[in-house]
Ligand binder design. Sequence first.
Ligand code: ADP
Length: 304
Amino acid sequence: MIMQTVSRAALTGFAADLGGTKTAAVRIENGKVVAHRVLTTDPNASPEAHIAAIGDELAQLGYNTNAPLGVAVAGRVDRAGAWHAVNRGTLSTIENFPLAQALNARFGDATCLNDAAAAALAEGVFGAGRHSDSFAYLTVSTGIGGGLVIGNRLLSSANGLAGHIGFVSSRFASGPCGCGRMATVESIAGGRGIAAAAAAAGFENMDARAVFAAAKGGQDWADRIIVTSAAAVAALIGDLTAILGLDTVAMGGSIGLAPEYIERVQNALNAEPELFRPDLVHVKLGHDGPLIGALAAHLRKETM
Ligand code: ADP
């Protein structure tokens, strides 16, 4: 892997972020998003249709062939540039699609990587982890994703799986996970896991947001589910710290940023010995993280 250091001010180009619900395309100048377009992702669309949709959005933003372009996507991107769904519930049609090849054919020169890896790179180099030597980004949303930036470098593997930290086993979990494993952190602590726990407690058809509202309204059953989610995330942070010597963890995602969630994770983390307690903060780059990270990965020649 070749890696060049790129300052934030040197980030000029385009980026796209293809998620399970939304697809964003932006123009970035000197490290700042200056123009932004967003559309609803069709989860059943073919990969070619996703690329065409990104192309249309980029054209509206003044994209010219061969301009620097980074593309962040939900799912696993291996080092050969092939794209695979990890959770079939998110993007159902993606199986071993040659994404890098298709992007290069359509746009000339582009870099693609997993969206959480892109966000981790941006946060690790320009955001909450910019002073960190051993950094984890953690997103708690429908699922749990992440990325690791060690010594200013995004940790990667040939199969593109490195950094999928939600798929680690959890002593708090017992049910199946969308990745095919059993009893993972994601299965108990992510949005789907929280909704499943609510259903198991007799509260059908409640999503995580509704469980948070019930907890705020003083419902003990809902509070217990959120406390368990936070405890599972804290244990994950302790485990990752044992492996990687983390000094900083930045948390994002709709649940990670929900009121009082980070405090609950911190409370659980406080039960760990000091050595296993990195600084826990919110992300600094918000929704721009995956976009800035994707362009940075392109300009740094750093892929998955
Ligand atoms: P995404 O973050 O993937 O765009 P959403 O924001 O719609 O998707 O929701 C992701 C998960 O976060 C869902 O499980 C949802 O119930 C939960 N969620 C969204 N907003 C909040 C909130 N304010 N408080 C708690 N949970 C939330």
